[in-house]
Design a protein around this ligand. Structure first.
Ligand SMILES: [Fe+2]
Length: 191
């Protein structure tokens, strides 16, 4: 199967420049391209899997990086371009866990300040219908098996370096929350 890059359009967003978003979308496109390239290479190497055993192992391991880079960016971009309001059944459920939605946001913001590159994800364990915020390093290290990603906050420096200094990560995170299109997150919860 060949994967196709999704297209996203955004209104003017305070705190997130078009230049930054365009550069980030190009990086996203790279993940989609690499997913397809890797899959094709694996198919090719499988034709002589003994000789290509080491290369196959490395490509197989790398696949999760490219794949998750593709999917997490799709989740991230889909939830940008809104008015920042967090309302709906999922928002109500989160608020009931945390006391109120601001306390949930505060936890996400605190996790987003952790050193290193990666993501803060809100994930849903459908087996128990419970949610939690988790940290994922790179794109693939730290996922919880069986959990669906509802919300993805990219805190790789490439997500904000055209608009902010590395020390201003908190300002970037605030800008993401200010431009959040929460309906996309709610949709992932209800579907
Ligand atoms: Fe990114």
């Amino acid at each position: 199967m060949t994967y196709t890059e999704q297209s996203f359009t955004f209104p003017e967003m305070t705190g997130l420049s078009q230049k930054q978003i365009e550069a980030h979308l190009k990086l996203y496109a790279g993940y989609v391209k690499n997913v397809n390239t890797l899959a094709a290479k694996v198919d090719e190497y499988k034709k002589d899997s003994e000789i290509n055993a080491i290369a196959l192992s490395e490509l197989t391991r790398r696949y999760a990086f490219e794949w998750n880079g593709m999917r997490l960016h799709e989740t991230y971009f889909a939830a940008l371009g809104g008015d920042g309001a967090i309302t709906g059944p999922l928002a109500d459920t989160i608020a009931s866990y945390y006391g109120n939605i601001e306390l949930w946001k505060n936890e996400v913001k605190a996790m987003a300040m952790m050193r290193g590159i990666g993501w803060v994800l809100l994930v849903l364990d459908r087996a128990t219908n419970t949610m939690k915020n988790i940290w994922v390093s790179d794109h693939e290290v730290g996922h919880l098996a069986g959990c669906d990603v509802l919300f993805a906050l990219d805190v790789w420096e490439h997500a904000y370096l055209l608009d902010y200094l590395p020390a201003q990560r908190a300002d970037y995170v605030a800008a993401v929350f200010a431009n959040l299109k929460w309906s996309a997150v709610e949709e992932r919860y209800t579907k």
